[in-house]
Design a protein around this ligand. Structure first.
Ligand code: NAP
Length: 336
């Protein structure tokens, strides 16, 4: 199978047009099956996916160790194609609690040293602070990653969930490959100021939450419930009346998907793919079945009339509930 590719900005690597986000394989959406997670990473690599996204705080190192095992047990040719994107900076306790971000230069180098060991690699392809540390100027955090680039430990610098001003300051410090940000049919905030800024500066996008954490997949029902350790148990969009309202949007989307002979998830992913060659959607598949479905989005062609029908079915700002709970929204520089 030939995988389409896209460039992460003018200075970043060329990667598969869809990336695999591995977060859900380390408990963020409740329990995940380790063997199936590794089989999913292998299947993604075999299908030509070259971008694997992780964070050192996904399962407090669990996700990086999982990727290490998946790469070690993959055929060498596939292993060499893999580009690993790592987020750092989120601080967590042994019980999984979250208590802020650390973007100090010494912390950046410390985080990187541990990630290199856990991943079992001699460099990280794209390294990015997961959030802006409000106490550390972005120039200092990015400057520390630039030092890691100079020493060969990191190839490219990325950002995550920061707004236009921070993007400009970071780009004035060192070349930035991409911004990782939530972008989906029902998460259109980046269109206002962030996407135009990125395009002006030649910075690419890795879009996450393209299925709005599964909400837009067509596989969620109003009464299914989520385990307490599942992000969705606390996400405003998955609560009571909000969820019921949001599922009506999904049903509107399903009608369009059925006319096209594809699934709701495929339409939602294809819509993000259609937003520009500079955008690489990350899909959070944690099983081979979900991965296959997500990869099918690459074969969906959306004409102007299809795009108009999709946006009429799910207008921008149609979702009920914010994309994060209030406490987490307050940590997003991108929402200021
Ligand atoms: N920079 C950041 O702040 C940030 C934040 C969050 C995530 N990320 C990255 O982005 C990646 C993807 O984001 P995400 O997991 O939040 O978003 P997502 O792709 O919108 O949602 C993933 C969830 O959707 C469900 N799903 C249903 N059908 C699917 C299909 N065909 N393909 C894939 N998933 C399907 C899965 O849950 P079930 O298995 O329960 O069906 C899966 O766990 C993460 O793995 C992570 O690497 C970055």
């Amino acid at each position: 199978m030939t995988m389409r590719t896209r460039n992460l900005g003018t200075t970043g690597p060329r990667v598969s047009a869809l990336g695999l986000g591995c977060m859900g394989m380390s408990g963020m959406y409740g329990e995940a099956d380790r063997a199936e997670s590794i089989a999913t990473i292998h299947a993604a690599l075999e299908a030509g996916v070259t971008l694997l996204d992780t964070g050192d705080f996904y399962g407090m190192g669990h996700n990086e160790l999982l990727i290490n095992e998946a790469l070690r047990t993959a055929p060498a040719a596939l292993r060499e194609n893999a580009r690993i994107s790592v987020k750092f900076g989120a601080l967590r306790g042994p019980d999984g609690d979250w208590f802020g971000f650390d973007g100090r230069p010494a912390a950046v180098k410390n985080f990187a040293a541990y990630s290199l060991q856990r991943l079992g690699v001699d460099h990280i392809d794209i390294y990015r602070p997961s959030r802006l540390d409000p106490d550390v100027p972005i120039e200092e955090t990015v400057g520390a990653i630039a030092e890691l680039v100079d020493k060969g430990w990191v190839r490219h610098i990325g950002l995550s969930e920061v707004g236009a001003d921070t993007i400009r300051r970071a780009a004035a410090t060192a070349p930035i490959a991409d911004l990782q940000i939530e972008y989906a049919l029902i998460s259109r905030g980046p269109e206002r100021e962030i996407l135009p800024t990125l395009r002006e500066l030649g910075i690419g996008v890795t879009a996450y939450g393209v299925l709005s954490r599964g909400l837009l997949s067509g596989h969620v029902s109003a009464d299914q419930g989520f385990a307490a350790n599942d992000f969705r148990a606390h996400s405003p969009r998955f609560q009571g009346d909000n969820l019921r309202h949001n599922l009506t949007l999904v049903e509107s989307l399903r009608k369009i998907a059925e006319q096209q002979g594809v699934s709701v998830a495929q339409i939602a992913i294809a819509w993000v793919l259609s937003r520009g060659e500079d955008i690489v959607p990350l899909v959070g598949a944690r099983t081979r079945q979900r991965l296959d479905e997500a990869l099918g989005a690459l074969d969906v062609t959306l004409e102007e009339a299809d795009l108009a029908a999709i946006e009429a079915a799910v207008p921008a700002d149609a979702a009920a509930g914010d994309r994060y709970a209030a406490e987490q929204m307050a940590m997003l520089d991108s929402e200021r």
